[in-house]
Ligand binder design. Structure first.
Ligand code: BTN
Length: 247
């Protein structure tokens, strides 16, 4: 990871640049990084606030030899790598929220937007899009956030070096990616489950116009959240909004 690094002072979105480089034949492990993004992309067509200089906006181009249905597994790889790097940078204990957020003190500190380009014969490339709020100050957060947000510096009480953090993050991605290629997703899923507060708790999931209530038992290899309902059925949830049940 990072043998090839493409740096932008400003770009619209590092994920868009990564698509161009992916189509242009750049190698496995190419890293794209920007000081600011003019149109940072969040999930579900949302925007990702990307002010200059304070945070990390990066995309990693990977060319794993996997089938398209396996690509979502790499979201968990990025989440574990980001959680490890934040832990090292801050001494705090980040947690993960299904499917793709990293939290500090219950607030969102990083977001992941993985995208892939598949062709009939298999995966062409995968992009790990990673945004980490490192040194953002409270007044720099947009006012209309759906979920409470924070930065590593706010939680730690002092600023974090962006380059030091980036180096640590790419090292963790490198380690996890090597293990993923050798052993598959199972070890990553186990580590992710250990970082997720919802495993073992009663939750309510809002998905496709129905609400599922039950106990989170873990993740399966496709990254689906497993929920055991009171009726004893096991639901596999591929998309939805999960919240812990009160009481
Ligand atoms: C989310 O939580 O909605 C995902 C946010 C992902 C943001 C990162 S910043 C680097 C990369 N480039 C983008 O345009 N988005 C991702």
């Amino acid at each position: 990871i990072g043998r090839e690094v493409v740096y932008f002072e400003e770009t619209d979105s590092t994920n868009l640049r990564a698509h161009e480089l992916g189509a242009g034949g750049y190698p496995d492990g190419t890293v794209i990084i920007a000081d600011r993004q003019s149109a940072g992309k969040g999930r579900l067509g949302r925007r990702w606030a990307s002010p200059e200089g304070v945070n990390l906006y990066t995309s990693v181009l990977l060319r794993p030899d996997i089938l398209p249905f396996m690509a979502p597994q790499l979201t968990f790889l990025s989440a574990v790598a980001v959680a490890r790097a934040i832990g090292e940078a801050s001494g705090l204990q980040p947690r993960v929220k299904w499917p793709n957020d990293v939290l500090l003190s219950g607030k969102k500190v990083a977001g992941l937007l993985n995208e892939m380009h598949a062709e009939t014969e298999g995966i062409h490339y995968v992009i790990l899009g990673i945004g980490v709020n490192l040194n953002m100050r409270p007044e720099q957060f947009p006012g209309d956030l759906r979920y409470p947000a924070t930065s590593v510096a706010i939680e730690k009480g002092s600023t974090v070096s962006r380059t030091g953090f980036a180096r640590c993050l790419y090292r963790e991605i490198d380690r996890l990616y090597e293990r993923y290629l050798a052993e598959g997703v199972a070890p990553i899923i186990r580590e992710w489950e250990g970082l997720c507060d919802l495993v073992g708790r009663q939750v309510e999931v809002d998905c496709q116009q129905r609400i599922i209530r039950g106990l989170v038992t873990g993740l399966d290899e496709d990254g689906a959240l497993l929920v055991r309902t009171a009726e004893g059925t096991e639901e596999r949830i591929l998309a939805g909004d999960v919240r812990p049940m009160k009481g």
